[in-house]
Design a binder for this molecule. Sequence first.
Ligand code: PLP
Length: 434
Amino acid sequence: MSEERKPIYLCLAHMSEEGIEQKYVKEAFDTNWVVPMGPNVNGFEKDLERFVNDRGEMINDRETTDNVVVCLSAGTAAVHLALIGCGVQAGDEVLVQSFTFCASSHPITYLGAKPVFVGSERETWNMDPVLLEKAIIDRKAQTGKYPKAIIPVALYGMPYRIDEIMAIADKYGIPVIEDAAEGMGSRFDGQVLGTFGKYGVLSFNGNKMITTSGGGALICQNKEDANEVMWYATQARDAYPYYEHTAIGYNYRMSNVCAGIGRGQMTVLDEHIAHHKHVQDLYRELLKNVKGVTLHEQPADTRYDSNFWLCAATLDPEVKVVGQENAYKEVIQSAVGGAAGVIKQVISATTDCQPNENVEALRMFMLEKKVECRPLWKPMHKQPVYANAPVYTNGVEEELFKVGFCLPAGPYVTDEDVHYIVECIQEALKSFES
Ligand SMILES: *Cc1c(COP(=O)(O)O)cnc(C)c1O
């Protein structure tokens, strides 16, 4: 039966039923706005502003914000420009969550600045406020300077402890860049992630909550900050009849064609978020009785409202998985999940920090069943490229990386798929349960 199955991927791009994306893209062609500006870019920014400034029904007595959104070519570009907006320069230090995808920290190095990694706490898997303050105090003692910015990350969509992080950031006068690339539409106390800090990062890559094929946006607190970001995103040109530059700029603005896709996607954003939450609910119900597997849930505190972009879980190290004896025996020929671009070939099948053998065996077992089951993101402070970066951790993220895995959760994942996925997991653990 599994031969006829279509593969189930982690999270695939999913267009509106009515093809609204194509209508906006066609409009871009028909009006010859095939450039990195135009009506779709403006329209998409307005749609995004409406979305991020909405505080939900429960608390509509509260003051609404007027955050301004700038559309960019990628979420990574948004992180880069946010750092510039925080005044980060060569030699400066930036505090960033270690448990994340590399796009949170790499732009720090683009500026010649230095990432200082902060560990996670067990509940949200995100930046531990206690470690954050410890890091701030210790960096000041070590270098004589405070770090220039703080980057918490909504890993798999889960809100970070933003109230505590903002309180610490304000205490030391350090701006916060929220990496909400995976957490689009996640909320804390009714407020959309990305609107708390000085800047908020969104991503519209092909696998995110909504897509523009590739793209991103920076949420700013006001028009002045947004104007500065826009200036840097369009090669930092001064107002003369010829090109005059007083700063180094970037070519980071979003294409009007891509923004057309984004405008269409905004019509399905709420549906997508609701579907991700529904899939999480179903996993919860079905995994309840699977011994050895624990679903990653949000804190009981009702202010936390995750979009559950990916469903993550952990596997008890004692559990034996079918085929475990073959884990890590072969060098992988492509990136897990089939990433785009070129993957550098390696000679060893193992590194000194990797998921447990039973987790790798589960990944292989699920692949055989045509289900994508991916390891958690490897903490940045364990990446060879960041071997010399300072880190403040209790070891939580490294421990989670060894026992954790992600399960499919996108709009294409049906209830039947979730039943099938959980049945496959049960089959993989069979010898353990009996
Ligand atoms: C996807 C992602 C980004 C931005 O990625 P782009 O692919 O450049 O849009 C940033 N941070 C995290 C944590 C991400 O997952």
